[in-house]
Ligand binder design. Structure first.
Ligand SMILES: [Zn+2]
Length: 276
């Protein structure tokens, strides 16, 4: 726990359970690109027409939520330890090694590891997510050599088609378009998904509506997200579709949205997500 966090939340943290502790974390401790998670709640899901809400949602039990929260806290601490950029590419085995050898993170318990495996190997269709699995093993690695770091963003793109497409978008749309999320390792997607499920009180069906479960994200193989410079968390809301940047992207015919409105995958409309 960093000093600022402790000073601000130290006293109250003593009386909080792990779930509340996670939710009480100040935003700088969290990933700025998941600020939409803070927006998402049951009410804001009223546009959720997918059958996942009509069938029984998959919800973690009390014990599972405890594991989910402790896993999420360790992943956040690891992200803080290795740095935002590096965490995007961090592979699972490396993450375990770092946690084990860094006292302020702490080794993952066997119960936590079993639960991570359970989350990773669950068929996402059970949650109402119908996209295909693109990363099949928890231990799959991303080689840094296959990627390019995009300056000033903290993100990476795969070399070849993804980085070529991004360069074209920048040239055509102009400097007000920016990469907001690029390559994501299994660990990064696991972190995003566990955090989101934790925020949604263990409701995996709702979490999967707004974020691909780990292994199912095309960020693992090619896709990326763009936004308007200075637009903050709104870049990850439908408000992005109203910006001139989005209109230009559309007009120029460069974008091919992976998750259009009413897509068959059970995922909300994501105008910022570029399919490669
Ligand atoms: Zn995306």
């Amino acid at each position: 726990m960093n000093r600022r966090f402790f000073l601000k939340f130290g006293t109250s943290a003593l009386t909080l359970g792990s779930s509340e502790l996670l939710l009480a974390m100040p935003e700088p401790y969290l990933d700025t690109n998941i600020k939409d998670h803070l927006e998402l709640n049951y009410k804001s899901c009223k546009d959720f027409s997918h059958d996942a809400l009509n069938k029984k949602p998959v919800i973690a039990s009390y014990d599972e939520r405890t594991l989910l929260n402790s896993i999420s806290i360790k992943l956040k601490k690891t992200q803080r330890y290795v740095g935002f950029g590096h965490f995007n590419l961090l592979c699972f085995d490396e993450m375990l090694w770092i946690a084990r050898n860094t006292p302020k993170i702490g080794e993952f318990s066997s119960a936590e590891l079993n639960y991570i495996e359970q989350v990773f190997y669950t068929q996402a269709a059970d949650y109402g997510f119908y996209g295909k699995k693109v990363t099949h093993k928890l231990s799959d690695k991303i080689s840094k050599n296959e990627t390019l770091k995009v300056p000033y963003t903290g993100h990476y793109l795969y070399k070849g088609d993804p980085s070529d497409l991004y360069e074209r978008l920048k040239r055509e749309v102009g400097p007000s378009i920016v990469l907001t999320s690029g390559v994501r390792s299994v660990v990064k997607q696991l972190d995003l998904f566990c955090y989101k499920a934790s925020k949604l009180r263990g409701n995996y069906s709702l979490a999967a509506h707004s974020l691909a479960p780990p292994g199912y994200s095309f960020h693992g193989v090619s896709d990326f997200d763009v936004g308007k410079v200075g637009y903050g968390y709104k870049n990850f809301t439908s408000a992005f579709a109203k910006t001139q940047e989005y209109k230009n992207l559309q007009k120029l015919g460069y974008i091919n949205i992976r998750y259009p409105k009413n897509n068959p995958f059970g995922v909300r409309f994501e105008p910022w997500h570029i399919k490669v």
